[in-house]
Design a protein around this ligand. Structure first.
Ligand SMILES: [Zn+2]
Length: 432
């Protein structure tokens, strides 16, 4: 059993002035407590939440006796998280000041400080007693609420002072059991596509990640240079613009869509997902525009890892097992003959040096990833999956399978999982 959590942000309705003022006061007191705790903890090098609480609980309690006592607990947790991350930055020489500044505040709530009140409102404990707050639930909220997710006891609240609304960070939790896989779905990710092998058919999802990732990288760099010159290296305005850029990047984020299709397909078929263990993959086929090979490698490894992480997270939610294999030689050797495949410079189509058959590089990788998983070159022991492991004949007999079915982004971006094979095949024929 694995515990899967998701944070969902819900706004309250616009609150009456009088009610909102209670929360402004509450935030003020909470802010004050956190600020004092942070200063104390840094000055005395207290990192743990328990110790901080033991040392300061009484004092903070006396400071704001009208506040429900659990706010001191959650403020201690809040403060100790801030102190830990500050000390980490300081160790790296990245802290701007000697003490962390408590600028943005969200009020941490535990199960004593808030309670759900049906599905469309919550109650929050304040210095003026319990206050009921109506929510503005949205589609995503209902999806979690209606599909077996439970609300966790912890929550956070931020104040939107302009609109007199509360922004509530709820955590939904689900216990998921991993299923026993009946087979494998192997995935190969590279700069411009992700290829997935299901039941002997390879699907190539075009992602055009190369353009996206490099474009983002250059834009980031140019902002950095420009603002460093104007405002110095640590300017807040630079950070703000960087954050906005990141958000823009997220919006066109294709990772989640791709992860969704892959995981749902594996879930429907009760297959485990096989991925390459990253890191060790040598910097192959990554040259061109970024001249510095190492840099280029690093940029892409980061984005591959992003896709893998999205797959892993979705898989946990669905109870789909994920296994890893060593990426060595996955696109270099023929899956049938174990002989090198000769690719003419830069081409993704190659010829087996022994059998002479033609291969698409990403399809080769997918088959080899699958075979490695079946051989147990991963973390899950292989089960009988009804495929001919040692060999040659069954799935790889026909050359038709050596070519992937290409799916443009404009098409798959609207999919929820893989459509039936016939449909995809017809589609591919039409394209050619
Ligand atoms: Zn061969």
């Amino acid at each position: 059993m694995a515990r899967v959590t998701r944070t969902v942000i819900v706004k309250s309705v616009k609150l009456p002035r009088k009610v909102f003022r209670v929360f402004v006061e509450l935030e003020g007191m909470y802010h004050n407590i956190v600020e004092q705790l942070v200063l104390y903890a840094v000055r005395n090098n207290v990192k743990g939440f328990t110790r901080l609480k033991a040392l300061k609980y009484r004092e903070m309690r006396n400071l704001h006796p009208q506040l429900p006592s659990h706010y001191v607990y959650t403020a201690c947790q809040d403060a100790s998280t801030r102190v830990k991350s500050f000390l980490r930055l300081k160790k790296l020489g990245l802290a701007e000041r000697d003490y962390p500044v408590v600028r943005r505040i969200s009020i941490w709530l535990d199960d004593h400080l808030w309670k759900p009140n049906g599905l469309t409102s919550i109650r929050i404990a304040t210095h003026k007693g319990w206050v009921t707050v109506e929510l503005e639930p949205h589609k995503q909220y209902w999806r979690y609420a209606n599909r077996g997710w439970k609300l966790a006891s912890e929550a956070k609240v931020k104040l939107d002072k302009g609109n007199r609304q509360l922004i509530i960070y709820l955590t939904f939790v689900k216990e998921v059991e991993e299923f026993k896989p009946r087979g494998y779905l192997s995935v190969d990710v590279n700069e411009n596509n992700a290829t997935v092998l299901v039941d002997g058919i390879a699907y190539l999802f075009k992602t055009n990640m190369e353009k996206l990732v490099l474009g983002y990288y250059y834009r980031r760099k140019s902002i950095q240079e420009r603002y460093d010159k104007l405002y110095g290296k640590k300017s807040r305005i630079k950070r703000k613009i960087m954050r906005r850029l990141k958000e823009g990047m997220k919006k066109q984020d294709i990772r989640w869509k791709l992860a969704n299709i892959i995981v749902r397909t594996a879930y429907e078929k009760r297959y485990a997902i096989v991925l390459e263990k990253l890191d060790k993959k040598p910097a192959q086929n990554m040259i061109k525009r970024v001249r510095d090979k190492q840099l280029r490698h690093r940029i892409f490894q980061t984005s591959f890892r992003g896709i893998q992480r999205a797959i892993e997270e979705k898989a946990r939610e669905y109870g789909v097992p994920v296994t890893y294999i060593n990426p060595r030689n996955t696109s270099r050797l023929c899956p049938i003959h174990s002989a090198p495949i000769i690719y003419d410079n830069g081409s993704r189509i190659g010829k087996c040096s022994r059998g002479g058959e033609i291969w698409h590089r990403d399809v080769v990788a997918c088959w080899n990833i699958l075979f490695k998983a079946l051989r147990g070159d991963g973390s899950i022991a292989p089960s009988s999956v009804g495929l001919n492991v040692d060999g040659s004949s069954v799935p790889l007999g026909s050359t038709a399978t050596n070519e992937p079915i290409r799916i443009p982004k404009s098409l798959w971006a609207r999919w929820k999982s893989l459509p039936p094979i016939q449909y995809a095949t017809v589609l591919n024929k039409m394209k050619r």
